[in-house]
Design a protein around this ligand. Structure first.
Ligand code: SAM
Length: 247
């Protein structure tokens, strides 16, 4: 790297660290909770919804016990409850996100989870685990999946969606605005291959993998956010994926 580039990089780093506040998922979502359901023109939430609908259209949710891992405010619950499951159970690390869910569904069975433990659920409870936009916030996914395995029936399905690891590897970040501040939520890189390998160990096989790239179809989201420079930087990079595994 030449000397000018080095200087520019350290100036950029200084600006980023001054204007960008990085928070743990629990702290970040406790702040984001009050506005999370009011996000407008959010590319990730828009496509997450499309991918989740596509993936769940291939499985029967009727009379099934669904566990929504990192359920947040229950954004997916209208879609899930519409399919007449026996019940939907949720957990989240953020008390404030759960509080928002409870405002909408006062009788919901939800738990505040800690340290990736799901001790509030007995073994072989769930038919389906759904987890949208959560996995990259988890440090130890091996430990998390071992707990999932414990609470799942043998014949079961897993649906995961998230920020695409390739986007994270290229420096993509998950941010939100809080007043005048931009808050970045801590993310960790887990390749889709790693996720598949851990779950294969528990006998889950991939039935469907959906990936979406940043291209002309999504340009208008960046235009609305005044972020065409981000669009140019990440052009052709996959930004979200959804995966359905079954055993
Ligand atoms: C982007 S939000 C997604 C919420 C919801 N699944 C949705 O799609 O709207 C990520 C959620 O994951 C939760 N989360 C992060 N780390 C977690 C952990 N270790 N265990 C459980 N939930 C976690 C956050 O609190 C937050 O509610």
């Amino acid at each position: 790297m030449n000397i000018l580039k080095k200087i520019k990089k350290s100036i950029d780093h200084f600006h980023n660290s001054k204007n960008n506040i990085i928070k743990s998922p629990e702290n970040a979502y406790n702040i984001w909770a009050k506005n999370y359901d009011n996000e407008k023109d959010n590319l990730i939430l828009h496509y997450d919804n499309i991918i989740l609908k596509e993936l769940i259209s291939k499985i029967h949710l009727k009379n099934k016990i669904i566990f929504d891992y990192g359920c947040g405010t229950g954004r997916n619950w209208p879609l899930l409850l519409d399919k007449n499951p026996t019940k939907v159970i949720g957990c989240d690390i953020s008390q404030k996100m759960l509080h928002k869910l409870k405002e909408k569904y006062p009788n919901a069975e939800v738990y505040k989870s800690k340290d990736l433990k799901l001790s509030f659920l007995p073994n072989t409870t769930c038919d389906i685990i759904i987890s949208t936009l959560v996995i990259a916030h988890i440090t130890d996914i091996q430990k998390m999946f071992s707990e999932w395995e414990r609470i799942m029936k043998y014949k079961s399905d897993i649906i995961i969606t998230d920020f695409h690891p390739e986007l994270l590897a290229k420096g993509g970040v998950r941010t939100f605005k809080n007043g005048g501040e931009v808050i970045t939520v801590e993310n960790y890189y887990h390749s889709i291959k790693t996720i598949e390998e851990i779950l294969l160990h528990f006998k889950f096989k991939v039935l469907n993998l959906v990936e979406k790239k940043i291209d002309e179809n999504v340009k208008h989201f960046y235009e609305k956010q005044n972020a065409l420079h981000v669009y140019e930087n990440f052009y052709n990079t996959p930004f979200i994926y959804g995966i359905h595994l079954s055993r």
